[in-house]
Design a protein around this ligand. Sequence first.
Ligand code: G3P
Length: 216
Amino acid sequence: MKIFIDTANLKDIQEAENLGILDGVTTNPSLMAKEGVTDVNTHYQAICNICKGKPVSAEVFSTQWEEMVEEGKALYALNPDQIVVKIPITEEGLKALVKLNELNIPTNCTLVFSVGQALLAAKAGAKFVSPFVGRLDDISQHGMELIHDIKQVFANYGFQTEILAASIRHTNHLLSCAQAGSDVVTAPLKSIKGLLNHPLTDIGLEKFIADSKKIG
Ligand code: G3P
């Protein structure tokens, strides 16, 4: 399973990159606003420089398909080796996905909350489809079931579109996505680093260090 970091915070991206297991980055307009970004293009270039060669999702702000395509082309041109254009799954977004696919520009279809939306995104040739797990849980639906259901439908027809589980709120979400066979999970740094933690590791290491001092 690939692990992406879901943030626009350069320090967190650098820290995740330093761990050596990072496979990519996703951002969205809310994450950019949270960091006080004023020049998105410069910020995307900074992100690409931190994790060279890895996919970086950059979301369009437009809502009409022709404008989404133009914006997507401009974002992609920032770094064709890394930028993946993020498009919301609306009727206009679907048309933009088809057009960008014809132009061989990779896309990440976002704001996916149903299997039907994921199916259309796959048919449109999206490279990634992003189901939002946490936001479904927020409204008392089962976010993780969506990952299982999309996985089954994509397997039925051999779609190449990768499932990129998003809106991950905690480490257990990340683990459940791995169990469901999600191709990618994008998560905040804290949820990724949470995979490392176990109290028995801490206790065991403390004893090994204490005992190592008794040797020799
Ligand atoms: O990648 C989408 C994700 O950032 C949304 O997360 O926590 O705002 O639902 P959240």
